[in-house]
Design a binder for this molecule. Structure first.
Ligand code: HEM
Length: 463
């Protein structure tokens, strides 16, 4: 009897070591089963890292949404308006129109794009760091920064507080549900939709919106691309950069002294913590791999960024920005913004510029300290201490705060992994039932034109 008690106590006490990884693996299995896609994940034994980009960039690997159960899940997480999100649009004139608009809104002189990010970061830090030290979660710290930044980019004016709160509420709801740490709240997202609808109707957007979209679709396009994807991706990227700096003070000190070092720091951060776990495509034609193997049209292909980024480097698990002195990003196994041949990220130019400006501003004002686990999906949102620059904490106090953060993080990880399993399963099943992508393509073609459900009656034909 007492042996069982001891074993149970040991299992509970050691849970932070073994439970989270197992729960994550189980969640992956549940997702696979419910989506039921029979997806092929690359790199694998047949297509190694050397041919990864060739398959990813193949002209037939260009289907985005139609024909994959996985699309129902992404549409569910990114709604409202997933049918007009650039990421989900099938190739064709409507996609070209939308992609052109995104490029126009993201264009601008490099210095101005960096300086605006520094300004937004400075404003938010002023609000948050009011004493010598502040305990924050880095993703939450950064979401208002990028909400203000993309508001300015879209509307060409400073972001009012009301708009910032709506954007933060929306972006946070999307990323929280994507990480399965909370459910989605359509009503919260709808509040931003209503706000944007008013602004679009008043003609307040800095550039013309895609003419091939209806006014309601234009609002959803803006909301999905700029106030969801842009804000979420930049907040996540910045959380990774800052957490890496908090855990590598030597790198942070070097960067504070020389901003040019940022390119290596960002490359290494995005190599080790790529924002995409997988990107998926549906093949629209056959892809012949060799004389004997062909991927038939309609296959669901998943491209694993972390697996690809872990190949071709010495000590791939180590964070080492200096490795980029000898590695050419062009030839390395490194695709932080996707592959040029197949719909790469339209913000591949803007993002590093803006991240550099914001990071420099943070380092000017605070030093960063964190003892938490740094993982790619970072469901903890990056707990971190910000200590005012030039006002260091006594080492003992820093050590005590560091120990507190470490212990809290390990135990939070235990309950969070269970929450993620339960909520993830609920959402995958809900998405499967709603079949947002499947139902859309039952009634629309790839360019969003309604399909006829029934053949026309004789009377309709003769009228
Ligand atoms: C550091 C920040 C960012 C990273 C690392 C990143 C990464 C990526 C990657 C890897 C893809 C390609 C995925 C695939 O092949 O399916 C992608 C696509 C995309 N990204 Fe980003 N992104 C970032 C910021 C942004 C921002 C600021 C925007 C703002 C508009 C944005 C909008 C998009 C869109 C619309 C697509 C879909 C492109 C298409 O299908 O044409 N991203 N991003």
């Amino acid at each position: 009897m007492w042996v069982t008690g001891v074993l149970a106590a040991a299992a509970v006490l050691t849970a932070p070591r073994w439970l989270p990884a197992r729960v994550v693996a189980l969640r992956g299995k549940v997702f696979e089963k419910v989506n039921g896609d029979d997806a092929i994940t690359f790199p694998n034994a047949d297509v190694g890292p050397d041919r990864f980009q060739e398959v990813y960039g193949h002209p037939a690997a260009n289907g985005r949404s139609r024909g994959a159960g996985l699309s129902d899940l992404f549409w569910y997480w990114l709604s409202p308006g997933p049918e007009v999100h650039q990421e989900h649009l099938e190739a064709g004139p409507r996609y070209d129109d939308v992609a052109r608009t995104t490029r126009a809104l993201l264009a601008g002189p490099g210095d101005a794009l960096s300086a605006a990010a520094a300004r937004c970061a400075g404003r938010v830090l002023d609000e948050v760091v009011t004493g010598q030290v502040a305990l924050v979660r880095l993703r939450d710290l950064m979401t208002p920064v990028w909400a203000e930044y993309f508001y300015e980019l879209v509307f060409g004016e400073p972001c009012p507080r009301e708009a910032r709160d709506l954007i933060v509420g929306h972006a946070d709801d999307v990323v929280t549900s994507l990480k399965c740490t909370g459910l989605r709240h359509p009503a919260r997202r709808a509040r931003l939709t209503r706000y944007l609808a008013r602004r679009v109707a008043a003609g307040d957007v800095r550039r013309p919106l895609p003419a091939s979209l209806s006014p309601a679709e234009q609002v959803h396009y803006l909301q999905g691309t700029f106030f969801n994807t842009a804000v979420v991706q930049m907040s996540e990227a910045m959380a990774h950069v800052l957490l890496a700096l908090a855990q590598h003070p030597d790198v942070a000190a070097r960067l504070a002294a020389d901003e040019r070092y940022f390119a290596h720091v960002l490359d290494e951060t995005m190599r080790l913590y790529p924002l995409f776990g997988i990107a998926h495509r549906i093949t629209t034609g056959d892809i012949a791999l060799d004389e004997r193997t062909t991927l038939p049209a309609g296959s669901v292909l998943c491209f694993s960024y972390p697996d690809y980024h872990a190949t071709g480097y010495a000590r791939p698990d180590v964070f080492d920005p200096d490795r980029w002195r000898d590695v050419q990003a062009r030839t390395a196994h490194h695709i932080p913004f996707g592959v040029a041949a197949n719909r790469p990220c339209p913000a591949w130019r803007l993002s590093p510029l803006a991240l550099r400006g914001a990071t420099a501003e943070v380092l000017r004002r605070v030093t960063l300290h964190s003892t938490v686990t740094h993982t790619r999906s970072l469901p903890s949102r990056g707990p971190c201490l910000l200590v005012r620059a030039g006002e260091p904490l006594p080492p003992r106090r820093l050590a005590v705060l560091g120990a507190f953060l470490r212990v809290r993080d390990r135990w939070e990880d235990v309950w969070r992994s269970v929450v993620q399993l339960v909520l993830g399963t609920v959402m995958v099943l809900h998405a499967h039932r709603l079949r947002l992508a499947g139902r859309y393509f039952d009634t629309h073609d790839t360019q969003g034109r309604p399909l006829r459900q029934e053949p026309p009656s004789t009377q309709e034909i003769t009228e």
